[in-house]
Design a protein around this ligand. Sequence first.
Ligand code: IPM
Ligand code: MG
Length: 370
Amino acid sequence: MPANKKLLILPGDGIGPEVMHEVRRVIAWMDRRRAVAFDLAEDLVGGASIDATGTAITDTALQRAWDADAVLFGAVGGPQWDTLGFDTRPEIAILRLRSELGLFANLRPAIVYDPLVDASTLKPDVIRGLDLMIVRESTGGIYFGTPRGVETLPDGSKRGINTEVYTTREIERVARVAFDLARKRQNRVCSVEKANVMETGLLWRQTVQALREAEYPDVTLSHMYADNCAMQLVRNPRQFDVIVTGNLFGDLLSDLASMLTGSLGMLPSATLGAPDATGRRHALYEPIHGSAPDIAGKGVANPLAQILSFAMLLRYSFGLEEDAALIERACVNVLANGLRTADIMAPGCARVGTQVMGEAVVRELDKLTA
Ligand code: IPM
Ligand code: MG
């Protein structure tokens, strides 16, 4: 018998624990019906960890993340921690996990599911069938570059500093992830930067182009300035297959892309590290949505993004493509059956809460495998 897969669950704050609860149903189902067994561990993260331990993520939790085969992350943050400084905020937990586990490739799909085509603020004709993948670099760039800080000038005024830094190695490794993904999709990559005003942008463009010539001649590569990309994403999002970009532009463009689908509560993400000699790689999976403190504890949050994050985990950490696709199909079917949480409610549909949605996914899994 192969060893069980080690999964660390970090539910976090706000709706995080509620939606994670529904994923546990799906995990139990997988165990029961597909014989995919996990050793589950759970720990605190974000505000919950700050309240209990004084820090957004403890060294013990980081070590457990390091030891796990995959991490399933909920969401962190809330108004009660908003006044904390940069080094102590709940958000520092996700930044430390990315940085200390070396999770440099943040995969953010934006998919329009047919039953939800009317949920977008864009016209259905523009977004129907949309399936794009943003690959955002997530351990470098201006998020981590030095020097950084705020200094006081001789006249008493202040000067804030952050630094955009990218090396060829950092650019190449994330571009490889994008090219490899493209090969399994429509084989097109669009690389995004500001080569017209930033040296890091020009280096990014040249490095991605050189890598394409050397290793991926079969993949179609285009380049786009980040501002134009934002505009093109709204004008005609289906022109894109895979977008690869740096940390800050990726942060902005992935929020924009997610709202093309009109349903933030639906979108999962994966953040991957480099494979080691045995092919094992650190990886973290989380929904794109945040902790939504305004609806926390009410049982109305949409659990589908968290469940779909678990599907991504099966696909990217364990190569369980069939099981991942099964969960995705179950989620789409539940929507096609007319069930909706409040965030995606539409006329003529049945409004349900977090738990009913989770149970419906499990029932659908039963049906699909009956
Ligand atoms: C994201 C978030 C994070 C980021 C925050 C919470 C640090 O906005 O994952 O997109 O800026 O990367
Ligand atoms: Mg963001």
